[in-house]
Design a protein around this ligand. Structure first.
Ligand code: NZQ
Ligand code: ZN
Length: 389
């Protein structure tokens, strides 16, 4: 079992009507606030007005950056950093899903850098300082509300890369499940697939020795998604379902369940290439990739873990052999993703062909090998992409 350090400084306000605390929380960081949001869903659900009214009560000055894209662009980060410099911004407030929060994290670091934020993402320049970040989450998916990473896209170079630094943990995040009532069935399904993949990639499936307690909690997170995602899709205003998904999203990626294992988040690395080349929705890409990855890595060595997943989550028959149990687990996961969550199952459904697969596979492996429960070379990754067509 690995040694590890766990520290997560983000303060969470969970539940209804907690937004009033934004007043005292934001004031401790200064008077000049940059409010960051996406294409307008927060206006449609009345959240923008609520946030503005609390900010007014707090007596702070508000600048705005709107139009953050799903798969946020480095150019938008640069725009945000320019506003921070011009307006002497003290604190950032992200109101939205993972894309808005990720963009805000990159702005927080870029505000102290004289140059293109892409240098920070590419690690050509170090993150030295960051503005404090507060978030109001509106979509259960990424875990960005309680982690220190953001994922930024450069569409000119077809790159989608993580910017990770301890300074980028949000100081405070507001998690009100009611703010996710308006998330449509497709985004609810994609967010749910993303949560599952965070557990799988970090590090439920692993060649390393891991702690049974962490593994069982990971299974509880998976079971929570399997149970509540279909309910939230059918009954978007079901508070219990939305609350369970929201807290599952946060705990899947806040470091608590990592087991100190350092391995590649393989499906994420592959998906980021799909998004970088084709600008697809992150959770959908993961849903298409994950069962194919499982099929590809299935052998005598990996079968016991895949079977355990099947028996613990989907009630697959314990008396099956490891190999049969593992195959049944993959079938059940596919059924969940493609039937219960109604997600598309093939890249060709999204108009994607194999034209860039070789290049994408090289980039996913960053010129080497991805270490995981079963290591993957670029040839392996290319084969998995082809299985998804
Ligand atoms: O543009 P807006 O108005 O925000 O609308 C969004 C967007 O169209 C909409 N939406 C969000 N909340 C809503 C809502 N619509 C109605 N009602 C609401 N309450 O949903 C669409 C998708 O939003 P987005 O923020 O893109 O979704 P998500 O939270 O899934 O974030 C995806 C991004 O996060 C990255 C992904 O790669 C992707 O770029 N990730 C970030 C991670 C992290 N920071 O740790 C880890 C993840 O693995 C992931 O890579
Ligand atoms: Zn993800």
């Amino acid at each position: 079992m690995n040694n590890f350090v766990f520290q997560n400084p983000t303060k969470i306000y969970f539940g209804k009507n907690q937004l009033s605390h934004l007043k005292e929380e934001i004031k401790q960081f200064g008077n000049n606030v940059l409010l960051v949001y996406g294409s307008g869903s927060i206006k449609r659900i009345g959240l923008y007005d609520k946030v503005m009214s609390v900010l007014k009560e707090a007596g702070v000055n508000v600048s705005e950056l709107s139009g953050v894209e799903p798969n946020p662009r480095h150019t938008t980060v640069n725009r945000g950093a320019d506003i921070c410099k011009k307006e002497h911004i003290d604190v950032l407030l992200a109101v939205g899903g993972g894309s808005t929060i990720d963009c805000t994290k990159a702005i927080a670091a870029a505000a102290f850098y004289d140059g293109d934020c892409w240098d920070l993402v590419k690690r050509k320049a170090p993150v030295t300082k960051a503005l404090p970040i507060l978030t109001v989450l509106t979509l259960a998916a990424t875990g960005s509300e309680m982690d220190c990473g953001g994922v930024i896209s450069n569409m000119d170079t077809h790159e989608k890369l993580g910017l990770v630094h301890p300074l980028l943990f949000p100081k405070v995040s507001f998690l009100d499940p009611e703010n996710t009532f308006s998330v449509n069935a497709f985004q609810t399904a994609c967010g749910s697939a993303d949560i599952l993949s965070h557990v799988f990639d970090c590090n439920y499936f692993t060649a390393d020795d891991r702690m049974d307690m962490a593994c069982r909690i990971q299974e509880e997170v998976i079971r929570t998604v399997v149970r509540y995602a279909p309910i939230a899709m059918k009954e978007p205003e079901n508070y219990e379902a939305r609350a369970n998904l929201m807290w599952a999203s946060t705990w899947a990626l806040n470091g608590f369940l990592d087991n100190g294992i350092s391995q590649a988040a393989v499906c994420h690395m592959m998906e980021h290439e799909l998004s970088a080349f084709y600008d697809i929705t992150h959770g959908l890409g993961l849903a298409i990739l994950t069962p194919r990855w499982m099929e590809y890595i299935l052998d005598e060595g990996t079968a016991p873990q895949l079977k355990r997943f099947g028996t613990r989550i989907f009630g697959v028959d314990e008396s099956l052999s490891d190999m049969e149990g593992a195959k049944e687990a993959i079938n059940r996961l596919s059924k969940f993703l493609y039937q219960d969550l109604n997600l598309q199952s093939r890249l060709s459904d999204l108009g994607i062909d194999d034209g860039h697969f070789a290049e994408m596979a090289q980039k996913a492996c960053n010129g080497g090998i991805m270490k995981s429960i079963k290591d993957l070379t670029p040839n392996d990754v290319e084969a998995i992409f082809r299985m998804c067509l």
